[in-house]
Write a protein that binds this ligand. Structure first.
Ligand code: NAG
Ligand code: NAG
Ligand code: NAG
Ligand code: NAG
Length: 460
């Protein structure tokens, strides 16, 4: 309900702004526009002094628009508009339902910025134009974090929306010699290889992100960590297939997440779910030339990892290196429980269904006695075609910690072209098929394993 109201309210603003009724150009930064939604499309210009908080017309339901142009933004694609955005944010944050507006037909460049709260409730960051970071590592200001660009920190009840584009200018970052095979003669140079996450929400709650086009991120496009209550809808993320580490949406230590009706084409995981996530619902997503939807990797360096109650439904995965994947390292503890993959269409996908408890980025990982315990995973209605270079179904569970209650029903996967080379694979995997799968799978073990040692290390 709150959400629906937000959308209606935002679209009213879009209409008003596109009608050109909100003329704030050339004003100093004390000025702002106040719109009254109660009287439809009339826009009242504010006088040249800050609003009186005791003025009865300043009811909390009236959004105050803080147009970055009024704060000195130029929007010509090259001028540094960081200060204008920071000032507009500060003022929008200080009122209830404040709107930072970056209008259409402008290209804003800003440097790495933390937009922090706490703010008054209902703050909106509305991007109708284009917003970009500096173009590549050489233009990145010395002293700015290279780990992140747009950061929203400690905001509660914020909306990031608009008809605009966040252009990540990622190309020069993808070409760094420390990126896979980008060094001399196709090598990969060692050493730190920091590239900024484009948009990060950190320690925030009840955030809504809708409508934007997000593209060409240097690294992850969106990252949520330590958040509670995230609603993502109608996003389009697009980046070339050969762009390293450009996950579409990554969440970790984040609860109550909905990701809906979005298109993601990129060069790494379409959506990745890290440790500490629960109650996540993903629906109606298209993933193209990505690494699919991933839970993990979990348990790296003997860490304790917990993921639970994740539903992935009505997803189309195309020309991808993986379909639906769960990956854990040897030596972790904790558990992955209550995972449902339902109605997933695959087209030319390698590793359509993969559960790998031997995840390792080098060749030097040893087998260990502990692992993140994976149980109660259901694969329902998974259909389409796979790339024959890998078996379409691969369950590699830990030697000492078997996976349990893995269920398959209506799984029908056919070769995209050529013939099946490898049969479905299972190792130490307990579960059942409710209907016969295509290709047939006969390696699931029935019932429950005898013992799962030291149960306490798998509790979350
Ligand atoms: C699914 O998402 C797409 C955007 O990728 C949207 O166009 C379509 O309307 C959505 N379908 C439903 C049933 O909401
Ligand atoms: C699982 O997560 C959904 C949100 O995706 C939530 O509505 C539901 O209550 C959760 N179930 C449990 C048992 O916590
Ligand atoms: C680890 O265990 C798996 C399954 O038993 C086995 O296939 C693999 O060769 C082992 N790896 C090492 C490095 O011992
Ligand atoms: C097996 O997993 C399903 C979810 O996929 C769950 O509903 C069911 O209760 C689990 N069964 C057992 C015996 O734990």
């Amino acid at each position: 309900m709150e959400f629906v109201r937000g959308v209606v309210f935002v679209s009213v603003i879009v209409v008003l702004v596109s009608l050109g009724l909100s003329n704030v150009e050339g004003r100093t930064h004390f000025h702002k526009d106040i719109m009254s939604l109660n009287i439809g499309i009339s826009v009242s210009e504010s006088p040249d002094y800050p609003p009186d908080p005791n003025d009865p017309r300043e009811t909390p339901s009236e959004p105050c628009i803080f147009n970055v142009m009024s704060f000195g933004a130029v929007g010509d694609g090259s001028t540094d508009d960081t200060d204008a955005f920071r000032s507009a944010w500060k003022e929008a944050c200080a009122v209830e339902s404040g709107v930072l507006l970056a209008p259409a037909d402008y290209e804003f460049t800003i440097t790495s910025t933390i937009f922090s709260g706490p703010c008054n409730p209902g703050i909106v960051f509305q991007l109708d134009g284009v917003l970009m970071p500096p173009d590549g590592p050489d233009c990145w200001p010395e002293g700015d974090s290279k780990k992140q660009w747009l950061v929203f920190y400690r905001v509660d009840g914020m909306t990031l929306t608009g008809s605009g584009t966040i252009e990540g200018n990622g190309e020069k970052w993808w070409e760094l010699p420390c990126k896979p095979h980008k060094g001399p003669h196709g090598t990969t140079l060692p050493g730190p290889c920091e590239s900024p996450v484009l948009i990060r929400f950190f320690m925030s709650s009840n955030v809504v992100i809708t409508g934007l086009q997000i593209q060409n991120s240097p690294q992850f496009h969106m990252k949520f960590d330590g958040c509670d209550g995230v609603q993502i809808e109608d996003l389009s993320i697009s980046t070339p297939a050969l762009s390293p580490n450009t996950d579409g949406i990554h969440i970790e230590n984040t609860k109550s997440v909905g990701i809906y009706n979005s298109f993601i084409a990129n060069g790494d995981d379409c959506i990745s779910i890290g440790t500490g996530c629960s109650d996540v619902n993903i629906e109606n997503i298209t993933c193209e030339h990505s690494h699919g939807i991933s839970i993990g990797s979990l348990g790296v360096q003997n860490s304790h990892a917990c993921v639970s109650n994740i539903t992935v439904r009505d997803v189309f995965i195309k020309d991808s290196d993986n379909g639906v994947r769960i990956k854990t390292w040897q030596g972790g503890t904790g558990s992955v429980t209550g995972i449902t993959f339902d109605n997933i269409q695959m087209e030319n996908v390698r590793n359509c269904i993969i559960l790998d408890q031997y995840y390792c980025l080098s060749k030097g990982c040893r087998n260990q006695t502990s692992a993140v315990y994976v149980r109660d995973v259901s694969y329902r209605n998974i259909k389409g075609t796979y790339d024959v270079r890998n078996p379409p179904i691969h369950f590699a569970c830990s030697d000492t910690v078997p996976c349990t209650n893995i269920t398959l029903s209506e799984v029908e996967l056919l070769p995209a072209e050529g013939e099946l080379v490898d049969d479905p694979f299972c190792w130490n995997t307990y579960g059942s098929q409710e209907t016969l799968t295509i290709p047939p799978i006969d390696c699931l073990q029935e019932g429950e394993p005898q013992t799962i040692s030291e149960l306490s290390s798998y509790t979350c």
